[in-house]
Write a protein that binds this ligand. Structure first.
Ligand code: HEM
Length: 277
């Protein structure tokens, strides 16, 4: 079944955008009708996203290594430096990558199960890094006697991590374990998709507000933030790169032509573990 034969006949509420997807030549990936968001070529777009993701992580490491004293895991200020690295790597770059798993055209053919497992594994890795990133900042605060959870950044950040944790647990229980009935999966799927794409802008906002706060807290003497020293330039650019990476991921998620066709087959409802019959 092609995307179009499915999209034409379908009344599937999950697939609002793909019902409006333009007719497309899948071999060339080109749009054959106008009126919808144009899709750039998938592979160069993915390469660009990969480069941007690597840059976001590398620049975060470089910033902390060059200007903030490097890394340690002993409750010191150097332990704090793991916080931005682990948060950006986990909740922005790995999470953004995980969100795009079903946009890989190969995932549209054959079993969906390996792609579900890849999605779950990448998001689990993102979750583990986020928890370690929180341990880094809480340990540092506790050892240095700095109050916890006073800033807007910390409230936004913790809300993002809590939402992400709920999303992972409910997604795992619904889509990978055998006991959720199909009607419940179908009901929950649009909610999972909505919150899945809402968590990324929240993580971007938390990261950018964190960078901003760190610069205000640390750049005082001799050159304050307002004088735009080299570190401020560098970290401002890092914040803008995180924004560009996140926006491109959101754009890719919204692209009608890149959405996985969802035929009403049993296979798309298939959990990871089948109950013994
Ligand atoms: C998704 C990404 C992020 C999340 C979820 C997050 C979450 C948090 C949380 C929950 C705290 C409170 C810790 C406490 O009160 O002991 C915190 C503190 C902090 N974070 Fe982040 N963070 C993120 C990214 C960043 C980044 C990229 C930076 C850049 C340096 C950063 C800088 C800070 C700073 C300076 C603090 C200490 C001051 C405060 O409590 O606001 N954060 N973060």
């Amino acid at each position: 079944m092609t995307r179009n034969s499915y999209a034409k006949g379908s009344r599937d509420p999950w697939n609002y955008f793909s019902q409006r997807a333009p007719r497309r030549d899948r071999n060339r990936g080109a749009l054959l009708s106008s009126g919808a968001m144009p899709a750039p070529p998938f592979i160069p777009f993915s390469v660009l996203l990969g480069i941007l993701g690597i840059l976001c992580v590398a620049l975060t490491v470089f910033w902390n290594q060059k200007w903030r004293g490097g890394f340690a895991w002993d409750g010191s200020a150097e332990m704090f430096n793991w916080h931005p690295v682990l948060m950006v790597t986990g909740l922005v770059v790995l999470y953004g990558t995980a969100a795009l798993v079903y946009r890989v055209p190969r995932s549209w053919e054959g079993s969906k199960l390996p792609w579900k497992m890849l999605h779950a594994a990448l998001t689990l890795a993102a979750f583990v890094l986020a928890v370690l990133g929180l341990v880094a900042v809480f340990e540092f605060h506790n050892k240095a006697g700095i109050p916890n959870m006073y800033s807007l950044h910390s409230w936004l950040g913790l809300a993002t991590v809590l939402l992400f944790s709920c999303q992972w647990l409910v997604g795992f229980a619904s889509f990978l374990l055998p006991w959720a009935p199909n009607w419940l999966r179908a009901l929950y799927k649009p909610i999972h998709v909505f919150f899945g794409s809402a968590i990324l802008p929240l993580a971007m906002a938390a990261s950018i507000s964190g960078i901003n706060e760190k610069l205000f807290l640390s750049l005082k003497n001799p050159t304050p933030y307002s004088q735009l020293p080299a570190e401020a330039w560098f970290a401002n650019i890092l914040g803008m790169l995180i924004l560009v990476f996140g926006l491109l991921v959101l754009w890719a998620l919204a692209m009608p032509a890149w959405k996985r066709p969802e035929p009403d087959s049993q296979e798309t409802q298939q959990p990871l573990l089948q109950e013994a019959s």
